[in-house]
Design a protein around this ligand. Structure first.
Ligand SMILES: [Zn+2]
Length: 469
């Protein structure tokens, strides 16, 4: 297949003619090692060439592009005609391919699900890294874990930030906050050590504890699970936002209702982790979000889909792109009449279809209204599959009325901007080479993001189709 690799000679050019007389295997090996020592950076240089570049900025795609990656970062990007291949560089020929930035999922969960079972007890470095590799293998090279983490996350994150990870980069909201009669955190996911609030007085110590752990964000839930629980009182929500901001930490909330979204935006919340789903958004919300620079960080449309799609056998159950990461047992469960009957028996099934439709309209309205938005899925809990559902999310966003380019920018550049991660999100000089190689153009059809040939994180190929990597 067209993925060909070649190496420019590492040492021949460095061997003077007189010394050629003395070449033997040993001498060559010695010279080779000297050359490596003399050119440490070139040992790390990789050139990708011949592809169409979609750089994540929203700029038009550029055919016949090339890129030099040095030490994991992009040191040059431009036209093949201007490429000067550095000596010693590995050259990867990507003629006919499309290269876009790795995606950023601003709402995921990690380490708590095994197959179709919630398993918060097993949370560990192993389960977290397993899931971060899963995301990365689907082209999600950065994710924000929203509020269901245990403390091993902080060491994993900190190690990543001083190295070149071979998995998705992780940002974390640590342990999110819930209301005693509400949903989310340790109430909905037993075993997760969330702070559970009864009054405003509970807020400050809990925020201070998360601040001591250096969380990237504070997360809280306010929702009533379709009337079955109580929303967090607004005075507690406001106290969380004010306290976190005093600690210099931005705040993200799980919301469902328009009314809550409006009040939280008025209080200066930084991000909404789900789209409003009870009714159409209005100008008042849009104006408040813009005034307070509140982001719609995630629409989680694929989450709404997941609530009813398994009432029948969805088409994707036989999609090799789905099946490559899902166990036979999980497919069997999802295909079983018992499981499908149980899903279909949910009295809110029809409501979930409506909430998806409302969510789509609201995403389009917010985008048209000028609210900043990213891409997020709420994957990583049973039935919401990390990686695969990210691609479904892109498709739902396009069905909502966004263009493939808008969706790609949301999932790349915008995600990095929300995270304040200037080295991520676009394929420009100086950025980390976190990227996806596709065989078909995602601007022609967003479903082409599924044609992944390989994924790179920090310049290293961490997934290649058809290999175990
Ligand atoms: Zn979530």
């Amino acid at each position: 297949m067209p993925l060909t690799r070649s190496r420019t000679p590492k040492f021949c050019c460095r061997v003077s003619p007189s010394r050629r007389l003395f070449t033997s295997c040993q001498t060559l090996a010695f010279l080779f090692s000297l050359t490596i020592a003399a050119m440490p950076s070139n040992a790390e240089v990789r050139v990708l060439r011949g592809f169409t570049l979609i750089d994540g900025t929203g700029a038009a795609a550029v055919p016949n592009s090339a890129m030099i990656v040095d030490g994991g970062r992009i040191s040059w990007v431009g036209s093949v005609s201007g490429l000067k291949v550095p000596a010693g560089a590995e050259v990867v020929d990507l003629a006919g391919r499309f290269v876009m930035p790795g995606m950023i999922d601003l709402h995921g969960h990690i380490g708590i699900t095994s197959g179709m079972t919630l398993d918060t007890k097993s949370y560990s470095r192993e389960t977290v890294e397993h899931d971060l590799k899963m995301y990365a293998s689907y082209g999600v090279t950065t994710m924000l874990s929203l509020g269901l983490d245990k403390d091993p996350i902080f060491e994993i994150r900190d190690q990543q930030r001083t190295s070149r990870p071979a998995m998705a980069r992780v940002y974390t909201a640590g342990q999110g906050f819930v209301y005693k009669d509400g949903i989310g955190g340790g109430i909905s996911f037993p075993g997760i050590p969330s702070a559970i609030f009864s009054t405003v007085a509970d807020v400050e110590p809990a925020v201070a504890e998360q601040a001591r752990k250096h969380v990237d964000f504070i997360k809280f839930w306010t929702d009533d699970n379709m009337g079955k629980a109580k929303r967090m009182p607004l005075d507690i929500c406001k106290a969380i936002i004010d306290s976190a901001h005093k600690h210099g930490i931005r705040v993200i909330a799980h919301v469902f209702y328009l009314e809550d979204a409006k009040r939280l935006a008025d209080y200066g919340i930084d991000g909404l982790a789900h789209i409003v789903r009870d009714q159409p958004v209005d100008q008042e919300l849009i104006a408040s979000m813009k005034r307070h620079q509140t982001w719609q960080i995630a629409s989680t449309l694929s989450r709404e889909l997941s609530l009813f799609v398994f009432a029948k056998t969805p088409e994707f159950l036989s999609d090799p792109f789905f099946m490559r990461s899902v166990s036979g047992d999980t497919i069997k469960t999802l295909s079983s009449p018992e499981y499908q009957a149980k899903t279909a028996a949910d009295p809110n099934l029809e409501k979930y279809r409506q909430t998806l439709a409302t969510g789509k309209k609201n995403l389009k309205a917010l985008a048209d209204g000028g609210v900043r938005y990213g891409m997020g899925t709420d994957t990583g809990v049973p039935g919401r599959f990390q990686g695969y559902f990210d691609h479904l999310e892109l498709q739902e966003m396009v069905e909502a009325g966004l263009t493939p380019m808008q969706v790609i920018v949301a999932a790349t550049k915008s995600g990095a901007e929300f995270l304040k991660a200037p080295d991520l999100g676009t394929l420009r000089k100086g950025k980390w080479a976190d990227l996806i190689v596709l065989t078909k153009n995602p601007l022609d059809d967003i479903r082409n993001t599924q044609t992944i040939q390989s994924v790179y994180v920090a310049g290293n190929p961490i997934y290649t189709k058809g290999t175990s990597k």
